[in-house]
Design a protein around this ligand. Sequence first.
Ligand SMILES: Cc1cc2nc3c(=O)[nH]c(=O)nc-3n(C[C@H](O)[C@H](O)[C@H](O)COP(=O)(O)OP(=O)(O)OC[C@H]3O[C@@H](n4cnc5c(N)ncnc54)[C@H](O)[C@@H]3O)c2cc1C
Length: 480
Amino acid sequence: MIIDQMPSNLSEIKTQYCIIGSGAAGITLALELEKKGFDVVILEAGNFEQKSKIADEKVLETGFPTEVDKRRFKDFGGSTEAWGGWCTPLDESDFQAEEKIHYSGWPIKLSDLRPYYDRTTEILNLEYSFFENKKIFEMESEAQKIGSAFKLYQFSTPVTRFGQKYKEHISRSSKIKSYLNSPVVEMQMNGQGTIVEALKVKSSTGLHTIKAKHFIFCCGSIENARLLLSFSRKNKTPIGLGHKFLGKGFMEHPNFSNVGTMMFYKKDPWSKLVDVNANGKRDHFFFQVSEAERKKHGWLNLRFKVYDVEHPLDPVDQKIYSLYTETLKRSFHPVQEIGLSCEQFCSDMNGIVLREDADRLGLWNVNLNWELTELDWKSYTESMEFFARKLPSLGLGFMKVNKDFLERKIAPVGNSHQMGMTRMGESFKDGYVDKNLSVFGVSNLSVLGSSVFPTTGAAAPTMTITALALRLADYISLKG
Ligand SMILES: Cc1cc2nc3c(=O)[nH]c(=O)nc-3n(C[C@H](O)[C@H](O)[C@H](O)COP(=O)(O)OP(=O)(O)OC[C@H]3O[C@@H](n4cnc5c(N)ncnc54)[C@H](O)[C@@H]3O)c2cc1C
């Protein structure tokens, strides 16, 4: 059932599970809990109007601009009402701790998520499972020769807009009640701060109390952290034993365009690459430094793709490429441009802090800082230099890295992937939630979404968010 407003005659609601937020995370979890026979309430601040903004909070940004206010949406379906539908799982190595990288490693492994990744194929309208993909095997051995790896992205087709895809089903459900225009504004805890007793929703019909056996926050990375920080300040008691991580370690996938150019010989299997990446295809390949090389150098993960040249070619580069083609007398693909999407180090200097001013719901606004560390820059520039060295030595083609990029003069832009700030850890000493997404020290509170990612790899986040939602539903139902 979908209800437009909290009814004015209903001051208190009781349910088994209360999910806050109806994005990819909240809807996937609700549907899965429904399948298991549970009653669920979804509280959603927005409604069916795309980009409807129930709260007029403003994020003040310092560092590089992520334009976060333009890159998240408050509506039924959350940000999937605007997302691009690029899907891929994290790499096995993304879950592993790296000696040289502080705070790296998840408390779960790829094998823990793999069955759930497989099940997202239908939810995300994908063509096939990523783990049985023959296309990638074909190129893999060639890629290994240059210390590289190939990564495939599939496009969600038709792109899964969760609000639209599941509106009908949820409207008819007798197990799921979704209240729109119902922002959560308060959290009431027991005296010890170990149990959430109730949430308060502020709607046009007044202030309503929601009681549940278990509460799951699925409000997106920034709002998950902002709400929990706000409630902590309001209650004058930090929520969760790992509260020192709350709001810290914001991560994006720093995106750089025009970091260089590349020219491939017309040689199999590389020729297929150009074809596979053509417009309108349901999948796309990315290059990646191999795990072994990354480990050796202590580099973060990244992916780069080649696309048709969008910026004028540097005249000197143009000359060099012409010389290659003339003197080598080989057949080349046209020069292509390189775009990068990178993993970012989970640094305490990036994150949100509450300000003193509040939005019209009475929730404190935040400042967001987003910068790159030395490790980030070093990983990105050295990885690109690595590729530029490897390609010609293996007779595959040529790559020219943009000097401005190597000199760190090109600023990254955000990729609409806000992550981190309620990180998953082994204990409250290294995380805010545990491996089952329960907040350390609070028995009936979970957080779901990319805010729990302790590290992000270079893969777009939504497939992992959806897999985590399916896994959380299993955990909750076993816990009883
Ligand atoms: C333009 C764009 C392109 C993108 N492209 C891709 C892509 O190609 N691939 C990919 O993997 N990812 C992409 N993303 C990111 C992707 O959309 C998000 O990772 C994903 O949608 C997050 O889902 P979520 O459910 O965790 O959070 P959200 O989608 O942010 O949903 C959170 C929900 O919580 C609600 N909420 C917030 N505060 C409250 C409150 N106080 N009370 C009640 N409800 C509240 C919000 O209204 C919202 O509906 C893109 C994002 C954008 C904006």
